[in-house]
Design a protein around this ligand. Structure first.
Ligand code: GDP
Ligand code: MG
Length: 296
């Protein structure tokens, strides 16, 4: 299981054409430094997408703004190809004044919409390049208290432009009861501030099993995640996890955290949904607003 991502098992409704051409998915990660974003991305996609810190050239000065960085990797599984792009935003929330932290991220999302719109308006639309962000994982610090003003501001500014998927970072630092209470509190805050997080649509033609699986996945949001690049032996088996004096918290064990559910949602059950919603609703609304503002 640990050496396997899972997109090769995408559901039947996904067109055979995409299987042949390969899938393309762009995911963004946002959150303060040190919350485990790079580690989780590596854990999710089972690749060293991010090189270990010591191999990274030290920067000469501390950046004063949020940067936008993107990394692309081609992953293949059972003959199915996935071109995965992860967009990171180092610097978010790291400054004395974080009032505008969300701005470069919103700008990046909108300029990707603009680039797509520009291509749609071309005469030859055969070679469209789609760099739009299909999902944004927002990392919430495991304080166990409530959302911070920074979290609320970011989500309020971005929710009409991107599929927001909140996650509780480093969930291994909280007890099961703390995770449960923290989730309730986060959802209450999200609700109070009228923030629209990603919600999977239900279809009339869905079978009972699919409905049940979707309900299970959605009930875990905000996903309590644990990332790790280390393996340990538990009952004679190698597992990915984080070691404590009293035992190992296992990444791939659903009793320990929601990592498996998050991965299922992103890579297997909802990848196409996230892309469709981005195109049909988020992008379409942006396009309409833009053309209206231009008087078209
Ligand atoms: P980023 O700055 O958000 O990209 O965070 P990194 O992935 O670089 O991780 C920062 C530190 O947190 C590293 O020392 C990681 O080993 C550690 N870390 C990453 N994920 C977890 C986690 O799920 N739980 C715990 N306890 N530590 C983690
Ligand atoms: Mg990082």
């Amino acid at each position: 299981l640990a050496g396997y991502v899972g997109f090769a098992n995408l559901p039947n409704q996904v067109h055979r054409k995409s299987v042949k051409k390969g899938f393309q998915f762009t995911c963004m990660v946002v959150g303060e430094s040190g919350l485990g974003k790079s580690t989780l991305v590596n854990t999710l996609f089972n690749t060293g997408l991010y090189p270990p810190k010591e191999n990274v050239e030290p920067t000469h000065e501390t950046p004063q703004t949020v940067e936008i960085q993107s990394i692309t990797a081609d992953i293949e599984e059972n003959g199915v190809k996935l071109r995965l792009t992860v967009v990171d935003s180092p610097g978010f929330g790291d400054f004395v004044n974080n009032e505008q932290s969300w701005k470069p991220i919103l700008d990046s999302i909108e300029s990707r919409f603009d680039a797509y719109l520009e291509q749609e308006n071309r005469v030859n639309r055969r070679r469209m390049v789609d760099n739009r962000i299909h999902a944004c994982l927002y990392f919430i610090a495991p304080t166990g208290h409530a959302l911070k003003p920074l979290d609320i501001e970011f989500m309020r500014r971005l929710h009409t432009r991107v599929n927001l998927i909140p996650v509780i970072a480093k969930a291994d630092t909280l007890t099961e009861e703390e995770v449960y209470a923290f989730k309730q509190r986060i959802l209450a805050d999200i609700n109070y501030h009228k923030i629209q997080i990603y919600q999977a649509p239900a279809y009339e033609y869905d079978d009972q099993e699919t409905i049940e699986e979707n309900r299970e996945i959605m009930s875990k949001i905000p996903f309590a995640v644990v990332g790790s690049d280390k393996q340990f032996e538990v009952n004679g088996k190698q597992v990915r996890g984080r070691k404590y004096p009293w035992g190992v918290i296992e990444v791939d064990n659903e009793e320990h955290c929601d990592f498996v559910k998050l991965r299922q949602m992103l890579i297997r059950t909802h990848m196409e949904e996230l892309k469709e919603y981005t195109n049909d609703v988020l992008y379409e609304n942006y396009r309409t607003e833009k053309l209206t503002a231009m008087g078209i």
